[in-house]
Ligand binder design. Structure first.
Ligand code: ZN
Length: 268
């Protein structure tokens, strides 16, 4: 009896079913391996055991990076996207930026099929700073406390990205910039005078031969996403049980062990 649930060409995560074989289906994984999985096993595996991580440095100008467990840093793919303007080049509302972010993240997940999405955590505190202003009546210079309201957009932008991950069944988590700076660059590493953290990220990408975008502006955003993608196992994962389980399975190697156990054979 033919089984309509499984057929050649069907995709399961990053696996593509090639043909029926002894013990199940011969699959092609996006990493190039060709494991055989039983139909039962195909319910719980998404790859041969290899891992793809999407890192996101989200803002109005965002950076993204895709890292592969079976390749070195030179194979990392990265780029940027902008959500400040619509197709006609007009500046858009905050809510539109969130919607445009979700579209961009959706496209990235469809194209790269990541196992986990690591996102830089937006500031939870509202940073206040002092602003000097001339009193129009008295002419005196007065100091007042203010905030940068645009910083509040970052939570909306991240929320949009996280919602897309959730809907698409991809585990995700966030990591504060101070955490990944010290984890990735090492304790005590700081930007040189007249530099910021993005410059530090570009230097580390150049050292590892990560192919960055051509312009300096795009490099600044993409390079941070590359660093964030390396810090996925230090992320705070959402309080959602399937996401936590998936993340733990990836972290501990349980997902890989399961795939290897389930696979009839793994071609080198
Ligand atoms: Zn694979």
């Amino acid at each position: 009896m033919s089984n309509t649930k499984f057929f050649a060409g069907k995709t399961v995560g990053r696996l593509k079913l090639i043909c029926e074989a002894v013990g199940g289906w011969k699959c092609e994984c996006s990493c190039g391996r060709e494991p055989i999985f039983s139909e039962e096993a195909l319910a719980s595996v998404r790859s041969c055991g290899c891992i793809v991580i999407l890192g996101l440095d989200l803002a109005t100008n965002s950076g993204w990076a895709v890292r592969y467990s079976w390749r070195n840093a030179a194979a990392i793919k990265c780029g940027t996207f902008n959500v400040a303007e619509n197709d006609s080049g007009e500046e858009v509302s905050w809510e539109t930026k969130y919607a445009l972010t979700s579209t961009q993240v959706y496209k990235l997940i469809i194209e790269h099929k990541p196992d986990f999405v690591a996102i830089e955590e937006p500031e939870h505190r509202v940073t206040q700073f002092n602003k000097k202003k001339k009193n129009p009546v008295t002419g005196a210079i007065e100091e007042s406390s203010t905030i940068n309201p645009n910083a509040l957009q970052l939570s909306g932008i991240s929320g949009a990205a996280i919602g897309v991950c959730m809907m698409m069944g991809v585990a995700c988590g966030t990591i504060p910039s101070r955490s990944w700076h010290s984890k990735y660059h090492g304790k005590g590493v700081k930007p040189e005078p007249k530099e910021d953290w993005k410059d530090v990220a570009i230097r580390s990408c150049e050292r590892e031969h990560v192919p960055l975008p051509p312009t300096k502006k795009a490099q600044r955003d993409a390079a941070e996403a590359v660093c964030i993608s390396a810090c996925w196992h230090w992320c705070s994962v959402l309080d959602i049980s399937w996401m936590r389980k998936r993340w733990m399975d990836l972290r501990t190697g349980a997902a890989k062990a399961l795939a290897q156990r389930q696979a009839g054979q793994v071609a080198a």
